[in-house]
Every structure is written in structure tokens, then in C-alpha cells.
Design a protein around this ligand. Structure first.
Ligand SMILES: NC(=O)c1ccc[n+]([C@@H]2O[C@H](COP(=O)([O-])OP(=O)(O)OC[C@H]3O[C@@H](n4cnc5c(N)ncnc54)[C@H](OP(=O)(O)O)[C@@H]3O)[C@@H](O)[C@H]2O)c1
Length: 351
């Protein structure tokens, strides 16, 4: 924990909203401590949301005077809601009093490392825990899509062909789930409720989360790959998880195994995955994330019939911003009371 985080500035703290947020949610933040905080929300100076919970948005198209106004606001910021849309790498310089940024993403390590913000004294808190329900729904969709052979159904329908035959069942199957945090815990409970035998992998020790039948240690991970019907990836992208699933890991899986990635694209070696799908070694895959987003028009992923492809939208739902503001409001109270914040990014762990 950064010491500055637990020590609010003397006097009032200025919170600047740097990405699109509904006015009623801004009001909820103001209501946390109206006598101690000023919340600056200038929608004309930040991107405009294209859909609910869009944290990128269309650029505001500011002229030089508009940019000056925005930089003037940043100079006063003690706390930011989301990274600066205008010059994220210049944050420490443009916001010299900044102590803490509540980011809207769960996996922020990659961005912070790329912008070298992990080397500053600014504290970053992430949105881990917010996306569990929609992501767990996507995982169920993905597994049923693959288990029930939906591509075959669509193909037969397009050919107007009535083809009864045996299909598999999700209940009774075994899933290896990598990551047992905000996402993994909801995925585990949801799959266990459907009768799936869930094996879980994580970095640290601790109580076994609900729904997880067995914890697989990192050293047992490779051999466990051959004992499951599906692999679900829900871990952060770090140096340790870069290409966690490569050619050797894919080869260790039984023929016909399914792979679902809701983590980050580069947790999987995409070239090796494409090869395993094209050869028919894997039974199919579902990706909400790919190594380079947006996916290149000439990627072979587009053409794979046994792949469900989702443009990193599995977690985007109407409820998202309200849940992020729940974390931010709770953290604001903690900050003002000098208590430790939740969801603090740890540069040593990388998540
Ligand atoms: N597709 C989407 O839209 C979407 C949405 C949200 C998140 N994500 C991605 O999913 C990731 C996880 O999100 P979260 O909210 O669950 O984060 P989280 O609460 O921080 O949980 C991360 C989990 O991954 C485990 N982990 C870390 N490194 C690992 C490793 N090397 N091997 C195995 N397990 C490892 C952690 O282990 P410990 O419990 O031991 O710390 C923890 O259980 C995010 O970082 C983000 O990249 C994607």
C-alpha cells in the first residue's frame, strides 16, 4: 500500500472524472462526503460513451482552449476516476498532486506497465469483482455452444437438413479454471451449480472458494491439462501468464478438449491455438479476447468454424458502471478515513 493513499490531502480533495460516467453515479460519489470532496465532472472535456459502460468513447474533439481547460482541471486533481484519456503516460507530470486513480478495468497491469505508470508513486485501484456475473454467463454460453455443437446445428439448419444424433452433456464434465479471483469465483460457483467438476488454479494459498472441488497447484498444472474436458482462463496477464498456454500445453490436452479465454489474449499463444484448432486437436474454443485487439481483418481466427469469437464485450453490461462506483465510493470512504484501499494494483505481482 502506498503510504500517500492512506493520507488524504489536508483540506478538501478534488476528484476528477476522466471517462464517461452517468450523472446520477457522479452524484452518488459527491454524496460520499460532500463536506470533504469536490467532484469535477465536465462531460464536454472527456470522451463521449458510444454505449453503456464504454470507458473509451469518442474523443471530445477539443480545440487548444479546451485542452488547456482539461489540463487545468487535471492540475487540481488529487484523485481520478479512470486514466487520463488525453495523455495517460503524462499523468504524473500533468497531475502533480495526484495520489490515486480508480481504474474502470479489472486487468490494468499491461496498461500501467506500457505507460510506465507502475513506476510512479500513484496508487491504482482496479475494478476486480465487477465483471464476475456477465463473464460467468459468457463462460456458460461458450461451454454450451461447444458441448452442444451449436455450429453444427446452424450449419444443418442452413442446409435444411434434419440430422438427429448423440451430443455431450456439460453436467458431469470437468473444467480446469485458471484464476480464482473476482471472475473465477463466480465462474466456479456457476459451473458447480450446473454439475461441473471444477478444478481451480491460482497463485497463492487460502480458503478453497465455493464451487471449486480441487485446487491444482502451479506445479501440477501441466499434468492436470490432460485430465479435463475444458480449460477456462480467467487470470491476469503478467510476465508469468504470458503464453501460459502454448504449443506444449495444448499438446498436453486430450483431443477434443475445449478452451475458453476471458482473461487476456496473450495468455494464449494464438498461433499455436490456431494450429491446434485447424488440426482438430482441440474440440473448439471461445475467445472474448485476442492477442491484438481489434482483431486484424486477415487473422485466421475469423475463418475457424469451431471458434466462438466475441469482441471483448462479454463483460459490458448496463450494470457495470454502478458496480465500479460501488468500489470507488467504498474506497473513497476508506481513503478519507485513512484505511487501506481495496483492489490495489500490486506492481510486484503485476495485477
Ligand atoms: N474479458 C473481459 O472483459 C474481462 C473482464 C474482467 C477481467 N478480465 C481479465 O481477467 C483477469 C482476472 O480478473 P479478476 O477480476 O478475476 O482479477 P482478480 O480478482 O485480481 O483475480 C485474479 C486471479 O488470478 C490468479 N492468478 C494470478 N496470476 C496467476 C498465475 N500465474 N497462475 C494462476 N492464477 C493466477 C490470482 O491468484 P491469487 O488468488 O493467488 O492472487 C487470482 O485468483 C483480469 O486481470 C483481466 O485481465 C477480462
Amino acid at each position: 500500500m502506498d503510504r500517500a493513499t492512506t493520507t488524504p490531502s489536508a483540506g478538501r480533495s478534488t476528484i476528477v472524472i476522466a471517462s464517461p460516467l452517468e450523472p446520477e453515479l457522479v452524484d452518488r460519489l459527491r454524496a460520499v462526503a460532500p463536506d470533504r470532496i469536490d467532484v469535477v465532472h465536465e462531460p464536454d472535456l472527456i470522451p463521449r460513451a458510444r454505449y453503456a459502460a464504454d470507458h473509451v468513447g469518442d474523443p471530445p474533439g477539443l480545440d487548444a482552449a479546451g485542452i488547456d481547460r482539461w489540463l487545468g482541471i487535471l492540475r487540481r486533481a488529487d484523485i481520478l476516476f479512470d486514466l487520463d484519456w488525453y495523455d495517460p503516460a503524462g499523468l504524473a507530470r500533468n497531475a502533480p498532486d495526484l495520489r490515486w486513480v480508480q481504474v474502470t478495468k479489472s486487468g490494468i497491469g499491461e496498461t500501467l506497465r506500457r505507460l510506465e505508470l507502475d513506476r510512479t508513486s500513484i496508487t491504482f485501484t482496479n475494478a476486480a469483482g465487477v465483471h464476475g456475473v456477465p463473464i460467468a454467463e459468457f463462460v456458460v454460453l461458450a461451454l454450451l455452444y461447444l458441448v452442444k455443437e451449436v455450429p453444427d446445428l446452424l450449419d444443418a439448419k442452413a442446409r435444411r437438413s434434419w440430422e438427429p444424433r448423440r451430443v455431450a452433456q456439460l453436467t458431469g464434465s470437468r473444467v480446469l479454471l485458471v484464476g480464482l479471483g473476482g471472475l473465477g469465483q463466480v465462474i466456479a460457483r456457476t459451473l458447480a451449480d450446473l454439475g461441473v467438476d471444477v478444478w481451480g488454479v491460482r497463485r497463492s494459498d487460502g480458503p478453497v472458494p465455493d464451487g471449486v472441488a480441487r485446487i491444482v497447484s502451479l506445479s501440477e498444472f501441466r499434468s492436470a491439462l490432460g485430465d479435463v474436458d475444458a480449460l477456462v482462463l480467467a487470470c491476469p496477464y503478467t510476465d508469468e501468464t504470458h503464453h501460459l498456454i502454448g504449443r506444449d500445453e495444448l499438446a498436453a490436452m486430450r483431443p477434443g478438449t475445449f478452451l475458453v479465454n476471458v482473461a487476456r489474449g496473450a495468455v494464449v499463444d494464438e498461433a499455436a491455438l490456431i494450429e491446434a484448432l485447424e488440426r482438430g486437436h482441440l474440440g473448439g474454443a471461445a475467445l472474448d479476447v485476442v492477442e491484438r485487439e481489434p482483431l486484424a481483418a486477415d487473422s485466421r481466427l475469423w475463418d475457424l468454424p469451431n471458434l466462438l469469437l466475441s469482441p471483448h464485450r462479454a463483460s459490458i453490461v448496463d450494470a457495470e458502471n454502478a458496480l465500479i462506483v460501488d468500489i470507488f465510493a467504498d474506497n473513497l470512504r476508506r481513503y478519507l478515513e485513512g484505511r487501506p484501499l481495496r483492489n490495489v494494483y500490486d506492481a510486484t505481482r503485476g495485477y
